[in-house]
Write a protein that binds this ligand. Structure first.
Ligand SMILES: O=C(O)CCC(=O)C(=O)O
Ligand SMILES: [Fe+2]
Length: 314
């Protein structure tokens, strides 16, 4: 399609050593994280805690889940906006997904599993939880690096204790002959941060600052794409960008992925005063993250150029 492959996401390794705050390798990783989030709004984390066994287990669990009849899958509902089942949408015919609230806890996964399998499904819950807990841990490491890197580490603990994790599990079915390969339309995430993990089928594409779209490839079983959402963009006073991204199916198999989103549910999202000055005047008013999601969930707000700017931009 004539696209030049000028762009490639940075790959950052997360090991036991560089994940410990205060060490030299930690500070170095911190700088890499901030530079990637400022440039691309995302990067590939090579996270050795996600083993081949965890990776295989989680996708076995997803295949079993998506095999359930649609009548049952649509029972995945939530009082929160955009937390439940999405599928059977003519505009995105390949796409189907469900949301697991409190995804990094056994209770969260079990209450989701109970709707899908009335007697529960311990195998499913165990396989999923191994992954979701680690994805949340990685998100926390990255968020701490961002806070410390911007010199506002004092706000990290209260921030992270307000975070909740929604894991959306997704299936993109294989396109039929001649069918459009579009899996999901361009959007920015409404989360604070997202961590994305996929089976062996590529499809994620990112829009770079220069407007060029490029694909994310060469992901290993322990790779996650860590992506900034609109909330961290606002928090950082536009230092970090939340990148437009979409899914275009590659290959001829179903693609499965998990996008785990952090939402700040127990306090307001607010730019630290330290990140506001004459050169960087305040760009966003403090906002309630779930109310922002509710705003975005309304049909008339879905196609705004920047929902966050319209919602709470100064
Ligand atoms: O499936 C993917 O890789 C990305 C999905 C996504 O962008 C989303 O759910 O927000
Ligand atoms: Fe997304």
């Amino acid at each position: 399609m004539g696209s030049l492959t000028l762009h490639k996401l940075p790959v950052i390794a997360f090991t036991e050593e560089n994940s410990k705050p205060g060490t030299e390798t930690w500070s170095k990783t911190c700088r890499q994280v901030i530079s990637a989030l400022q440039e691309y709004g995302c990067f590939v984390a090579a996270y050795d805690q996600i083993t081949q066994r965890i990776h295989t287990g989680v996708f076995e669990a997803l295949e079993e889940l998506f095999d359930i009849p649609t009548e049952r899958k649509v029972q995945n509902k939530s009082a929160k906006p955009l937390y439940g089942y999405v599928g059977q949408i003519p505009l995105i015919p390949l796409y189907e997904s469900m949301g697991i609230d409190n995804a990094n806890t056994l209770e969260g996964i079990q209450s989701f599993a109970k709707v899908m399998w009335p007697n529960g499904n311990d195998g499913f819950s165990e396989k999923l939880l191994l992954y979701t807990k680690l994805a949340a841990e990685l998100e926390k490491i990255v968020v701490q690096m961002v806070f410390e890197g911007y010199g506002v580490g004092q706000y990290y603990e209260s921030h992270i204790s307000s975070a909740n994790y929604l894991c959306r599990v997704m299936q993109y079915r294989q396109p039929k002959m001649q069918e459009n390969r579009m899996g999901f339309v361009s959007h920015t995430d409404k989360s604070f941060m997202s961590t994305i993990h996929q089976n062996q089928v590529d499809g994620l594409e990112i829009k770079a600052k220069d407007g060029e779209w490029f694909g994310v490839h060469d992901l290993s079983p322990s790779s996650l794409v860590v992506m900034a959402g609109d909330a961290i963009m606002a928090w950082s006073n536009n230092r970090i960008r939340s990148p437009p991204h979409r899914v275009t199916m590659q290959g001829n198999e179903a693609r499965y992925s998990l996008a785990q989103f952090s939402f700040i549910e127990k306090s307001m999202v607010q730019t630290p005063q330290e990140l506001i000055n004459d050169d960087n005047p305040q760009q966003y008013k403090p906002f309630d993250h779930l109310k922002f999601l509710e705003f975005y969930s309304k049909e008339e707000n879905r196609r705004l150029e920047s929902a966050i700017r319209t919602y709470c931009g100064v």
